[in-house]
Design a protein around this ligand. Structure first.
Ligand code: HEM
Length: 416
């Protein structure tokens, strides 16, 4: 399928034979032209088979209610990394990276239980003060009257500081966290720094070495409410082999990194593209409460999660045969008109705003969802206290990926 931006994608998506539609093409997301293809699939082939793609053959689930059904079918739709893991791209077989998001019960449940308390109300309350302090410092330091990249100055910086807080990670080295995360998720064909699995593994080795030192330090001390200490002292995680230790740390870094970062960038873009909503927000900052989940729905920072069928499984009236790859496209379910009213509109005072698929559903539903919402809420409270408006000055640049749905550059200006 050709994805040159000059194409009339609405026309092409409506007319191309269904068996030629391949929604895994990363260019669809980089060029922001994915919408009509998913609309067509939801309408004409909600459980759709792509026989040939750069990621091999796969099934696409595109409707909200079918995605929920697939999420609940974890007994036959496996997340196991040995079967390929949780993204459409299979983990290379010899470079398996165990982490609990890519495990099935009972191991998944045991390991998840160890880190779940990081988002207990008492911990969230403890983080709130620190996050707010850091948000204020970043906002106060922003340039006025000149154009700068919001992603670099705010989205990345803020997210990295939040992660450093969760891990109690040396603050001066915090940028290593975003570097490792970017390396973990980079598409080797995107023309970036990570252009081979060997290079990725070299970065992982550095990351593992760094964390091993922190691990040993925390093992000598009493348990504390930070993610490393929790894993070090957790009954089902303290004996993890080194590769699984690395995998789980990367899960916690990546899980919180691109997702929160891209929600921070997306929010500002959506408000600028919807000036009436921006005005509504300025007039009534209490709307931040419903705007935050709306931003997360509208951005859908992870386009999909993948499963592998280990037995024939019926979803939405279609039997998915054992052995096949299944992709749940959250980005499509979040635009399903049967589940969400006027889904293509960004509406900051939506009713039932938290009813979206961006955090998944079922046993793997995002551990950090309340934390991500907290971070966004504090950010917008502090922005509105300082800046009547932040203007987007040009088109965003987007990530070349069918998994991370994100923005790499967003030129903005705060009036002097
Ligand atoms: C799982 C999205 C923020 C940690 C997930 C899943 C999604 C997701 C889609 C998989 C759900 C499924 O398979 O059903 C997001 C989004 C975020 C976000 C959109 C921000 C807007 C965070 C943060 C953390 C985090 C801040 C904290 C470190 C995790 C972990 C899992 C997970 C550990 C694995 C859960 C499991 O397998 O049981 N997230 N996430 N996420 N997320 Fe998040």
């Amino acid at each position: 399928m050709d994805t040159l931006p000059t194409l009339d994608h609405a026309h092409l998506a409506a007319t191309v034979p269904l068996d030629r539609i391949d929604v895994s093409d990363p260019a669809l997301f980089r060029d922001d032209v994915w919408m009509p293809y998913f609309a067509r699939l939801r309408r004409d082939a909600p459980i759709h088979y792509t026989a040939d793609s750069r990621f091999g053959p796969f099934w696409s689930i595109t409707r909200y209610k079918d995605i929920m059904q697939a999420e609940l079918a974890h007994k036959t739709l496996s997340s196991a990394s040995s079967l390929g893991g949780i993204t459409i791209r299979d983990r290379p077989k010899d470079l398996e990276l165990p982490m609990f998001i890519a495990m099935d019960p009972p191991r998944h449940d045991e390991q998840r239980k160890v880190v779940q308390p990081i988002v207990a109300p008492a911990n969230l309350a403890r983080f709130e003060g620190l996050i707010r302090e850091r948000v204020i410092r970043i906002l106060e330091g922003l340039p006025r009257g000149e154009t700068f990249n919001w992603v670099q100055h705010v989205s990345i910086e803020l997210t990295v500081q939040m992660l450093a807080t969760l891990f109690d990670f040396p603050f001066e080295d915090r940028h290593k966290l975003s570097f490792w995360s970017d390396c973990a998720t980079a598409d080797i064909n995107a023309g970036g720094f990570i252009d081979s699995e060997e290079k990725r593994e070299a970065v992982f080795a550095e990351c593992a070495g760094y964390f091993m030192r922190l691990w040993q330090e925390r093992a000598q001390k009493e348990p504390r409410p930070d993610l490393i200490s929790m894993l070090v002292h957790g009954e089902s995680t303290k004996q993890m082999p080194p590769r699984e230790f690395l995998g789980n740390l990367l899960l916690l870094i990546v899980g919180g990194n691109d997702t929160t970062r891209n929600s921070i960038s997306g929010g500002l873009l959506f408000l600028n593209r919807n000036p009436d909503e921006y005005r509504k927000l300025r007039e009534n900052p209490a709307l931040i409460e419903t705007m935050v989940p709306e931003i997360i729905r509208y951005q859908t920072p992870l386009s999909h999660m993948r499963r592998s069928a280990i037995a024939d499984t019926e979803i939405g009236g279609q039997v998915i045969p054992a052995g096949d790859k299944v992709v749940m496209w959250y980005i499509s379910g979040n635009r399903d008109e049967e589940a969400i009213e006027e889904p293509d509109r960004f509406i900051i005072d939506r009713k039932r705003a938290r009813q979206h698929l961006s955090f998944g559903f079922g046993i793997h539903r995002c551990v950090g969802n309340r934390l991500a919402e907290l971070q966004l809420r504090i950010l917008w409270e502090e922005i509105l206290r300082r800046f009547p408006v932040i203007e987007v000055m040009g088109e965003p640049k987007r990530v070349y990926s069918a998994f991370i749905h994100g923005i790499t550059e967003l030129p903005v200006r705060i009036p002097a």
